[in-house]
Design a protein around this ligand. Sequence first.
Ligand code: FAD
Ligand code: NAD
Length: 479
Amino acid sequence: MSDQLNYEVIVIGAGPAGYAGAIRAAQLGLKTACIDRSVGKDGQPSLGGTCLNWGCIPSKALLDASQKYAELQGLDTFGIETKEVRLDLPKMIARKDAVVARLTGGISSLFQANGVDFFPGTGRLLSGRRVVWTDHEGSTTELTAEHVVLAPGSVPIDIDAAPVSNEGIVDSTGALEFDVVPRQLGIIGAGVIGLELGSVWARLGSKVIVLEALDSFLPMVDTRIAHEALRTLRKQGLDIRLGARVVAATEANDSVEVVYRDEDGDQNISVEKLIVAVGRRPYTENLLAQDSGVSLDERGFLYVNDLCETGVPGVFAVGDVVRGPMLAHKGAEEGVMVAERIAGFKPLVNYTTVPNVIYTHPEIAWVGRNEQELTSEGEAIATGSFSFGASGRALAANDAEGMVKIVADADSDQILGVHVIGPHASELIAQAVIAMEFSASAEDLGLTMFAHPTLSEAVHEAALAVDGRAIHTVNRKKK
Ligand code: FAD
Ligand code: NAD
């Protein structure tokens, strides 16, 4: 060991969970360091973790760009004639990289402005809240801390049936970097990544086949919304095959030969590229010395309680590496909570109001419980829904597919869940999160005034519909 440095807080990992926690700790006056090993496309350290480098941000940059490209081809509906629309894929990818560079550089500036010491390289927790930092050249330094926050994130799950080569077979990272649009694109997994990246490449011209092992589509989503999503995405050209488990994939010259098994036996398809998007797993390789005292749960996540405390006093874990949804905002809230608790405050994360969004078009978003979960548990519920087909603003924008559905407790009328498929669902869901944070009833939302004409009126009308009082749709007869 060449040196000894002491901190009040050391954070390992600078994704949304780690960097948010490090910045908040420094804001609160704690002497804070953050170690992160990620390196960007330019070979330089790049803060922001999966989300900024290979996840949320680059995927949304391509989703937005490809959506603009797709919309340009349908502008005649608005009475706008376009000449030939051409795709410049290298430019689209370069713009995505520029957005990533701007945001990752932004975290670097925020670290400097807040006084977070950044150590590029790998961190490993030893016993006694000691941390070994190994820099990118391989030299090691021991740091000590009063508190350590572990935020190493997650990585894609590999399957033996389709080993990622980064040539024909890629994971989500490779799928953000194609230099030509694949003519035929196979995707294993109709989860969030499969549908988002499938949408990008289908809009740019790929013939996309999505192979999903389960018989059901988006089982975590309200059944009515999932049904609508499947119908709409198939109409857009995504060939989504359910009950299709991939059993083998081999790369030939310029193709990938895929074998999947469905109820009729083995089926073969040939594609130019194959994306493996079968989930992510917590990343804990080389993170813990044997005597660190931190334990993993049976699924390989770092074990923590609701306050993100591991079993070792002063050692916390946050983000994708711990239980709960693998979402950037969930991790960031945990990072901030831990920093504030270290500083002596008592915040909590409300895990019942974590919003989920799938950035297809239309977008799918939800918060809280859905109808099938609640009815299977015997809860008495009331529901109200409103279709964007009856929304003046959605029709004006020619973007009127989908609906808002609100699920409330039948007795108290408290909102238990809100489910949206439709334009700007990712933004609309924030209204539901706020309502649920304040334990609002459907009536509370119904009594609130919404500007006209807006998409938000669909939230208002769905809330009114819970009690059969929607104005711009025919209400279900009350029993
Ligand atoms: P990460 O972001 O994974 O960051 C962990 C960091 O720690 C990494 O930089 C890693 O290199 C570093 N690290 C690991 N081990 C060590 C170590 N021992 N020493 C030093 N550094 C270490 N979520 C959303 O909420 N919205 C989205 O739209 C969204 N889109 C996504 C799209 C894609 C394609 C993918 C793959 C993911 C997406 N996610 C999205 C998920 C989101 O990226 C993760 O939930 C989020 O990044 C988790 O944050 P984290 O801080 O826990 O971990
Ligand atoms: P996922 O769990 O959402 O979906 C994986 C799908 O692959 C499942 O439906 C599973 O049944 C299927 N599958 C598994 N093995 C298979 C096989 N052999 N053949 C066919 N199908 C198979 O995982 P993901 O889409 O990889 O996403 C990983 C994580 O990243 C998610 O947990 C999500 O939270 C996060 N993420 C979030 C966003 C967002 O918030 N918009 C976007 C991207 C990723």
